[in-house]
Design a binder for this molecule. Structure first.
Ligand code: TMP
Ligand code: ASP
Length: 234
């Protein structure tokens, strides 16, 4: 597989073409942003750790029948993936209250719910990824009815799988964000799954082991990512 020119650069990753049109390389950077890039910084070795953590989680999900864009871990910072057309939605599941939901509804952090909450945000940095509902998604054709149904069903299934996966590692999955892509007429899981895109609290102590350490200057950021990596690869 030959790496060719860069085709996209986001806040945390870069995408490169390869000599095969159906595959691209996803390169993980150490750059970290929060609050739609109002806060910027670097988390040393983050790219390497998130590439490994994402690899483990995609491999686990695939072993459980979830189709993903993941093909292969190539090197420290590079993963080979299927080239998808990203559905312009950030799909969030919340198992307990944290982050923007606490601000939106005035809830205390850690508040439990009767059922998990699924949210859609329109993926648009200029608009600050606004919260949207299924009517917006249909009316503006961000996804079809069928795609929305598939995405919701997959996301709840992935929540069950990932909650179990992390709970075996003594980590509580508080919330996370997924992105999906269109590939050969199907919807598959894309992007990354890492402490950048999940909130993970240590079981028992409640210690935050995710990007909230960066967002809120809690210190020991690299150590938190390293801790998650070591549990995920144990
Ligand atoms: P939030 O509470 O800030 O809305 O975040 C919910 C979850 O989604 C949390 O696990 C972090 C993740 N997330 C991303 O992966 N990317 C983003 O741009 C945002 C805002 C959140
Ligand atoms: N990644 C988002 C940003 O752009 C937000 C976040 O993860 O908090 O800054």
């Amino acid at each position: 597989m030959e790496k060719r020119k860069q085709i996209y650069e986001g806040k945390a990753k870069i995408i490169f073409e390869t000599d095969q049109p159906e595959y691209v390389i996803q390169y993980f950077k150490d750059d970290a942003t929060a609050f739609n890039a109002a806060k910027k910084g670097v988390i040393e070795q983050k790219g390497i750790m998130n590439n490994k953590i994402s690899t483990k989680i995609f491999e686990f999900l695939q072993s459980q029948g979830v189709e993903t864009h993941f093909v292969k871990h190539l090197s420290d910072r590079e993963m080979l993936i299927k080239k998808v057309e990203i559905v312009p939605l950030e799909v969030i599941i919340r198992n307990k209250a944290a982050g923007s939901l606490c601000r939106l509804l005035g809830l205390p952090e850690g508040r439990a719910f009767e059922t998990p909450i699924l949210e859609f945000c329109y993926k648009n940095d200029a608009l600050n990824d606004p919260l949207v509902n299924e009517y917006h998604i249909r009316a503006l054709n961000f996804a079809t009815e069928k795609e929305i149904a598939f995405i919701k069903e997959s996301t709840f299934k992935i929540n069950d799988l990932m909650r179990n996966f992390f709970s075996r590692l003594n980590l509580e999955l508080i919330d996370f964000k997924l992105e999906f892509g269109r590939y050969q007429g199907k919807i598959i899981l894309a992007d990354e799954i890492s402490p950048d895109t999940c909130r993970l609290w240590e079981t028992g102590t409640g210690k935050k082991l995710d990007k909230d350490r960066f967002r809120h200057d809690l210190g020991n950021i690299e150590e938190a990512y390293k801790e998650v990596l070591s549990r995920v690869t144990s």
